[in-house]
Design a protein around this ligand. Structure first.
Ligand SMILES: Cc1cc2nc3c(=O)[nH]c(=O)nc-3n(C[C@H](O)[C@H](O)[C@H](O)COP(=O)(O)OP(=O)(O)OC[C@H]3O[C@@H](n4cnc5c(N)ncnc54)[C@H](O)[C@@H]3O)c2cc1C
Length: 386
């Protein structure tokens, strides 16, 4: 078994250090406090060629895989730069279009998206359905060979700065389908189309990316907007949900590692009882324990990414990576906060400001209970609870 990275992977993993020279954790926090989209940073990421990492070269990307995307997300996280927009855009949406989109999506939209000229968001959550996506009600009603989209999606990250949204909708009512996973279709919806409205969801946590509720009223869609097969959307949905789980896990590992690095530096210098506080095991052990959690989770994200790239069933490892990553990120930031004492809560250190995002990621984009249910039922064979 080979755990080493090749030269290209190492460069991708280390890119966060280069990015942080111009756009560091303080830059991220400044934008997070103001809920201001960090446009200059994403222009730099686009110019450096990282938006199209999972898009084949013929469509303007660099044709790399899930592992490279996970390394990128963990590597930027290592420098205290969590790139949530990368999760819903380049990872969930662009890779999905590259795999299942129409020729228009691939040859017209992907090259522009890889250059950062257009952006994508991803919409599955609904006010009434939440975690239970099967019960979603947003409906693309057939009108000849076209569709009329009606309904709403909520908590959609970055809808305000996006040009297109990958929307998961019903094309058959849940009462009319043989299997409960039938009757879903994915659409790449141009957000400039008539009939689309949006309203901001006011998230209390510091986050550069804003969340929005989207309302669809008779939005006209055609076959050219369909991603994959009509009514068969669920069969390809996990091609995008597993990557989301993997990169969120990786991002949490990176941020956790960043926080622990800050704590080690602080605890090695801060001296209140005649020696650095890091010499006290009461300070040292929580940091060491969190370090173990972060490194374990990091290994699992790499395994999940590798399985995904090999075309293996990656559901088990993706859910474990997602669960372990978020828990490790929370544990690490919390331990780092405690080690910093009062200074952890100041705007100078910025440790506290990383906590809300880590805590969000225990609940969203998928909550930890659904990850555990997947592991309990699909991996361990326990009876299904819902
Ligand atoms: C910052 C942020 C960004 C987001 N970005 C996006 C986005 O870009 N696109 C998008 O589509 N969605 C997005 N979401 C929505 C997110 O995916 C949902 O909030 C999440 O899936 C949980 O759904 P819910 O909020 O409806 O919770 P609910 O489904 O109402 O669940 C509430 C709680 O009940 C528990 N629970 C629910 N069902 C079960 C069960 N079967 N067993 C045990 N416990 C259970 C869980 O603890 C859960 O946290 C975002 C949310 C946030 C906060």
């Amino acid at each position: 078994m080979d755990f080493s990275l090749n030269d290209e992977q190492r460069q991708i993993y280390d890119y966060g250090g280069r990015l942080a020279q111009s756009f560091d954790n303080a830059y991220w926090r400044d934008h997070a406090r103001r809920h201001a989209y960090p446009r200059a940073m994403f222009e730099q990421i686009a110019a450096d060629g990282f938006l199209g990492m999972m898009v084949p070269e013929e469509y303007g990307g660099s044709g790399l895989g899930m592992l490279e995307m996970a390394l990128f997300m963990e590597g930027t996280g290592n420098h205290g730069i969590p790139l949530f927009s990368m999760v819903v855009g380049p990872c969930m949406s662009l890779s999905h279009l590259a795999a299942h989109g129409t020729e228009f999506h691939k040859s017209e939209l992907l090259p522009r998206a890889c250059r950062g000229e257009i952006q994508f968001c991803f919409a599955i959550t609904e006010p009434g359905a939440g975690s239970n996506a099967i019960r979603m009600e947003t409906m693309a009603r057939r009108k000849g060979n076209r569709f009329a989209l009606n309904g709403s999606k909520t908590f959609i990250t970055g809808a305000d700065v996006s040009d297109y949204c990958l929307v998961v909708a019903r094309t058959q009512k849940h009462t009319e389908v043989a299997r409960k996973t039938d009757g879903f279709t994915l659409f790449a919806v141009d957000l400039k189309k008539p009939g689309i409205d949006m309203q901001r969801v006011r998230i209390a946590a510091p986050l550069p990316e804003e969340q929005w509720t989207l309302f669809f009223d008779e939005v006209d869609l055609g076959p050219e907007d369909v991603v994959g097969e009509v009514d068969e959307g669920f069969s390809i949905l996990f091609d995008t949900l597993n990557p989301e789980r993997i990169v969120v896990g990786a991002m949490c590992c990176g941020v956790g590692r960043w926080a622990l690095g800050q704590a080690v530096e602080y605890a090695s210098e801060r001296n209140v009882f005649g020696q650095p506080i890091g010499a006290h095991q009461g300070v040292q052990h929580p940091l060491a324990k969190a370090h173990v959690a972060v490194e374990n989770a990091s290994l699992m994200t790499r395994r999940a990414a590798w399985e995904f790239d090999q075309g293996l069933a990656a559901g088990a490892s993706s859910n474990m990576a997602r669960y372990a990553g978020a828990e490790a990120g929370i544990e690490a930031v919390d331990a780092a906060l405690q080690a910093h004492g009062g200074s952890g809560f100041t705007e100078d250190t910025g440790i506290y400001e990383m906590y809300p995002l880590m805590r969000i990621l225990r609940t969203a984009p998928i909550n930890r209970e659904l990850c555990l249910s997947y592991i309990g039922e699909k991996v361990m064979g326990l009876p299904r609870s819902y």
